[in-house]
Design a protein. Structure first.
Length: 238
């Protein structure tokens, strides 16, 4: 279980679809792509802000499109760059990494390290959203919680959070390690390599984009349930 005096950190790696002016010619005629789930995670930043506001937790987020560089992928991963940027020169890739990727990753790593130094444990919630249909297949969940099953703190927190959340939003479906596996390549896997299971608990929150409102936010009932269920889950830990 997560220890008492746990601190909380919120991040959002895919919070926007902004393309810096230098690279905008690469995306000429691709506005629809940038506005799609491939360009960013609609609704994720608004959810991250609600969590940070409610818990008075530090929030770190990015608004540069994942189509420029994916902040949730490791250097060398085949999905680090999109079709639009993969063919750029090594010098240009290095420029993108130095300007956009490295500062974000370093900031999150520093916040986690500082939180752990100040107390026994940090819970890191990364806010994401997912497209309801991918490659012709319907995703059968409304909310997913991604974690590493080999880490007891993450496993226990997600089991409790999933049960509390499912009761709050029934009949919507809450699943664990869906639509992705929590152990997949990403920022959290890097942080797990740096910090032991008792000191670092990382969970990716994934909400189905089919619930987005016209304002690109999730309905208040869903957002409120996410916040309140996490509050109840962490009640004896914060």
């Amino acid at each position: 279980m997560v220890a008492r005096t746990t601190s909380l950190l919120i991040t959002c790696e895919h919070g926007g679809n902004r393309i810096p002016a230098r690279y905008q010619p690469l995306f000429a005629g691709r506005v629809g792509l940038l506005d799609s789930h491939r360009g960013y995670d609609p609704g994720a930043l608004a959810m991250a802000r609600e969590l940070a506001h409610h818990f008075r937790a530090p929030l770190t987020y990015a608004t540069v499109s994942r189509l420029l560089v994916d902040l949730n992928r490791s250097i060398g991963h085949r999905a680090l760059y999109s079709d639009a940027t993969r063919g750029l020169s090594r010098i240009e890739h290095a420029r993108i990494l130095a300007r956009h990727y490295v500062p974000y990753r370093n900031k999150v790593e520093a916040l986690v390290a500082r939180a752990i130094a100040a107390g026994p444990c940090v819970v890191h919630i990364a806010s994401h959203s997912f497209t309801p249909i991918l490659d012709g297949r319907v995703r059968n969940a409304d909310i997913g919680l991604l974690y590493d099953p080999a880490r007891p703190g993450e496993r226990a927190l997600c089991a409790q959070w999933a049960a509390t959340l499912a009761a709050a939003i029934a009949p919507l479906c809450v699943r664990r390690n869906y639509p992705y596996q929590g152990r997949n390549d990403g920022l959290m896997r890097r942080l797990r390599q740096q910090h032991g299971a008792r000191r670092y608990v990382g969970v990716e929150l994934e909400i189905n984009q089919k619930h987005l409102t016209a304002q690109q936010r999730f309905p208040e009932a869903i957002s409120r349930s996410v916040v309140e269920s996490l509050r109840d889950t962490l009640a004896d830990r914060l």
